[in-house]
Design a protein around this ligand. Structure first.
Ligand SMILES: [Fe+2]
Length: 359
C-alpha cells in the first residue's frame, strides 16, 4: 500500500496535540511560528491561540484505498440555506411584479423581508460559499437583488455596520435595481446584446429607481442614494451623473462592490459564469480607480477566508482543493489536486481556476 498524505485546514478549536503541521504557520505580520512537520503539543496550541491564529494546515496520512472525497453531499446547513434563499427570492418576486404596475415601493413589506428572511441568510455560517452554489435559473433580477442584499449585509458587518444602519444598507441592496421594474420587459429580458438606444433606456433604471424610492414615505436617505448611485464609479466613469469620490454615498459604493461580485459570479444568458477567484482578481484591478479602495480592501481581506477548502476545476480539467491563499492573491492560491500534486498557481501561470465545483 503506497502512503499518501493530504493537507487539510483545521479551525484552531479542532486542532489537537499529536497532529502534524502541514504548512508553515505565520503570524499576521508573516513571522514563522511553527514550521512544516512539527508535531503539535498542548503548549504549542496555546501559543497559536495567543497569536490569534484561526486556521492551521494539518498533514494527514491517507492509505491508497482512501481517496479524498471531492463530492461531499450537501449538508443540512446548506440545504436550509438554499430553501430559505428560494423562499426569499419568491417573496421578492411577488413584490416586484406588483411594483411594475402600482409603482409604489411596499417599504414595510421590504423591511420585513430584510428582518425576517435576509438577515438569517447574512448570519449563516459559510454564507459567501453558499451564495456561489445557489441554483439560479430564471428571474435574474430577483435572484440578483437578494444576492446583493445578502452580500451588502455581509460586507456591511465586515465594515463594522450594525443595527438600523446595517438594516438600511441591506434594504438599499435589496432595492438597488428596483428601477428595472419600470424598464420595458422586451429590453429587460432581451436575449443577446442591447443596442445603444436600448442600453441608454436600461441605464435609466437608476433614475427610475430613485424616483420610486424618493416618493416612498419614510425611505431612508441612504437607500434613496444607494439606488440612484450604485452605477457611479469612484473615478467618475459611471452613470447616471458621472459623480466621483466623496460625492457618491457610502451605501452606493458598497452596493457597487456587491453588485460586481454577484453579477460576475452568476450564470447569465450571455455572460459566462466567472469563478469567484477571477472576480477577486478583477476587484483588485479596479479597487484603485473605479471602486472605493477602503471598501474593496475590507471585502478582499475577508472574502478570501471563505475560499480555503473550496474544490475547484483547473484549466487542465483536474479537480483540486484550495489549501492556501496569499495576501491579496486570492485569485491564484495553492491547490492540491486529486492526484496529490501541490500547485502554487501564483508560480504556475499556465494553469488557472476555471470554476468552483464545491464551495
Ligand atoms: Fe443596477
Amino acid at each position: 500500500m503506497s502512503t499518501k498524505y493530504r493537507i487539510k485546514p483545521y479551525p484552531i478549536s479542532a486542532v489537537e496535540s499529536g497532529m502534524e503541521i502541514g504548512r508553515m504557520v505565520l503570524t499576521h505580520d508573516d513571522k514563522v511560528i511553527l514550521s512544516e512537520g512539527t508535531i503539535l503539543s498542548a503548549s504549542m496550541i496555546e501559543g497559536l491561540k495567543f497569536w490569534d491564529i484561526s486556521t492551521v494546515f494539518i498533514k494527514e496520512l491517507l492509505s491508497s484505498e482512501i481517496e479524498i472525497d471531492f463530492s461531499i453531499p450537501e449538508t443540512v446547513l446548506q440545504k436550509k440555506f438554499y430553501a430559505d434563499y428560494d423562499h426569499t427570492v419568491s417573496l421578492l418576486k411577488d413584490s416586484f411584479l406588483k411594483l411594475r404596475f402600482f409603482k409604489e415601493v411596499p417599504l414595510t413589506t421590504m423591511r420585513e423581508l430584510v428582518d425576517n428572511a435576509i438577515e438569517p441568510l447574512i448570519n449563516s455560517t459559510g454564507v459567501i460559499n453558499h451564495m456561489h452554489m445557489v441554483r439560479r435559473q430564471d428571474d435574474y433580477t430577483f435572484h440578483h437583488s437578494v444576492n446583493v442584499a445578502v452580500i451588502c449585509g455581509v460586507l456591511g458587518k465586515w465594515l463594522g455596520y450594525a443595527g438600523q444602519k446595517l438594516q438600511d444598507l441591506v434594504l438599499a441592496g435589496l432595492l438597488h435595481d428596483v428601477g428595472k421594474t419600470q424598464i420595458p420587459l422586451e429590453i429587460l429580458n432581451k436575449p443577446g446584446k442591447l443596442t445603444h438606444e436600448e442600453m441608454e433606456i436600461m441605464r435609466l433604471h437608476t433614475i427610475r429607481g430613485y424616483q420610486l424610492v424618493r416618493d416612498t414615505p419614510n425611505a431612508p436617505r441612504g437607500v434613496i442614494y444607494g439606488v440612484l448611485q450604485h452605477h457611479e464609479r469612484f473615478d467618475g466613469s459611471g452613470y447616471p451623473f458621472t459623480v466621483s469620490g466623496d460625492k457618491i454615498h457610502k451605501y452606493a459604493k458598497i452596493i457597487a462592490v456587491a453588485d460586481i461580485y454577484d453579477a460576475m459570479t452568476s450564470d447569465r444568458v450571455y455572460h459566462r459564469k466567472v469563478s469567484p477567484f477571477a472576480v477577486v482578481e478583477m476587484i483588485v484591478g479596479e479597487m484603485f480607480n473605479k471602486l472605493d479602495p477602503a471598501i474593496s480592501t475590507v471585502f478582499l481581506n475577508n472574502v478570501r477566508d471563505y475560499f480555503v477548502g473550496n474544490i475547484v476545476e483547473l484549466s487542465d480539467g483536474r479537480h483540486a482543493e484550495v489549501i492556501y491563499l496569499g495576501q491579496f492573491m486570492a485569485s491564484r492560491p495553492i491547490v492540491v489536486t486529486q492526484d496529490q500534486e501541490y500547485i502554487d498557481l501564483e508560480r504556475n501561470k499556465s494553469l488557472s481556476i476555471v470554476s468552483v465545483v464545491r464551495a
